[in-house]
Design a protein around this ligand. Structure first.
Ligand code: ARG
Length: 415
């Protein structure tokens, strides 16, 4: 008799390979392996074949790169979402998409459960489970690594016993995750936040000290806050990001060393490489400085922070996200134009920006001839601007002629 099915998020690595027979034995379920290409640079068809050799009853491989960029990465960029001001959220953006596609697959294959390879210590389990719980509360969630408590050697023994092909790769000293918006590296020697990350922790970027001595200049075009062209060439999101990763990486751009506050209550030291993300956030923010009014720019920083936390915490499929995005979409409607970025020795610096919607007015700003700013109006403006402070000083602070007493600021001799 055919067994019920489970959709397993399958990477082709040791953990998720061992899960195929393990879930069969422990839960009496048939495994449908599910692999998504988010630009991690792996051959998903090869992974799909491996799943079938490992005992999956079916295996699905999907290229979701464009969906990932258009519906997840670019909204986060428009929002200016950087977790704790640093992490561009590559992994955190990928998880809800993978989970959503798994739910779709579960419906298609009439599966009763979903499974993933996350540990019980990280953020990723939260992002998967919250998404499953939100979109398909009827599906059972299985997280074998949280349960099985096998060491790597025990897993290898288990794999051998079940005839699972284990590639003879050396154990990586780090825990790595990647998709086209960034690569993360944790564990091993990185666990001491005092130690400088060694060269072998990096894979996408050259050491900035060894980057070319000549800078590289790029021009990025944006429309409604979304990047649309590189050096005048219209590009879809995924190839645009892939190209920026390569160029940025060659110049050592995109290294981020972050001691981060995980959702599960621990601090962890994470090393990111995200050349495209760093370049795009810089360029986008500089273009905003032309196109957004002062209050819109200020308020946006609050939204950016909320947006980043929302993504980091796995709450992508929430009404609150819809509310935040409504603001972002409106806020971004005049963010169009170009930013000119210089890549040099590990830094991406915006050296020029222009926009048809620019609020910058040379006639108002100039100190040279052609100035149209009304200098006479400044006097009356300042009288009113300072009025409340003046009133308060008279009525309160200067009463009794005590003068100003700002401890420490004016110093004892100023009395
Ligand atoms: N700390 C990052 C985050 O929470 C990266 C996680 C990487 N995941 C992994 N399974 N290695 O988004």
């Amino acid at each position: 008799m055919a067994r019920d099915k489970v959709i397993l998020a399958y990477s082709g690595g040791l953990d998720t390979s061992v899960m195929v027979p393990w879930i069969g034995e422990k839960y009496n379920l048939d495994v449908v392996a599910f692999t998504v290409d988010l630009g991690q640079g792996e051959d998903i068809e090869r992974i799909r074949q491996k799943a079938l050799r490992t005992g999956a009853v079916d295996a699905v491989a999907l290229d979701a790169r464009n969906l990932f960029v258009d519906c997840f990465v670019f909204p986060a960029l428009m929002a200016g979402a950087l977790y704790e001001g640093k992490y561009p959220l590559a992994t955190a953006l990928g998880r809800p998409l993978i989970a959503k596609l798994m739910v779709d697959a579960a419906r298609e294959h009439k599966a009763v459960a979903v499974a993933h390879g996350c540990t019980g210590k990280g953020n990723d389990q939260v992002r998967f489970d919250v998404t499953f719980q939100t979109l398909a509360p009827d599906l059972k969630i299985i997280a074998p690594v949280r349960e099985w408590k096998m060491s790597r050697d025990e897993e290898i023994a288990y794999a051998a016993k079940h005839g699972i092909p284990v590639e003879a790769t050396k154990e990586n000293p780090y825990s790595i995750d990647l998709n086209l918006f960034g690569r993360s590296c944790e564990a091993g020697v990185l666990e001491d936040p005092w130690d400088e990350p060694p060269a072998d922790a990096f894979a996408w970027t050259v050491d900035p000290a060894k980057a070319p001595n000549e800078p590289l200049y790029l021009t990025l075009d944006f429309e409604q806050g979304r990047p649309v062209a590189l050096d005048g060439e219209k590009l879809d999101g995924a190839p645009l990001i892939e190209r920026l990763n390569k160029l940025g990486g060659q110049h050592g751009v995109g290294r981020i060393d972050h001691v981060e506050n995980r959702l599960v209550g621990i601090k962890s030291r994470e090393l990111y490489e995200a050349p495209a993300a760093v370049i795009l956030h810089e360029a986008h923010r500089e273009l905003e400085s032309l196109c957004l009014s002062k209050p819109a720019q200020r308020f946006k920083t609050l939204v950016s922070q909320e947006y980043a936390d929302m993504i980091y915490n796995g709450l992508w499929f929430s009404a609150f996200h819809q509310d935040l995005f409504a603001f972002v979409a409106s806020n971004q409607r005049f963010v169009a134009g170009q930013a000119r970025v210089k890549l040099f020795k590990g830094k991406a610096t915006v050296v020029g920006r222009k926009s048809e919607h620019s609020l910058y007015s040379k006639k108002l700003a100039t100190y040279e001839s052609g100035d149209s700013f009304d200098h006479d109006a400044a006097k009356g403006f300042i009288r009113l601007f300072g009025l409340s402070q003046q009133t308060q000083a008279q009525r309160q602070l200067l009463k009794g002629n005590k003068g100003f007493d700002l401890p420490g600021l004016l110093g004892p001799e100023s009395k």
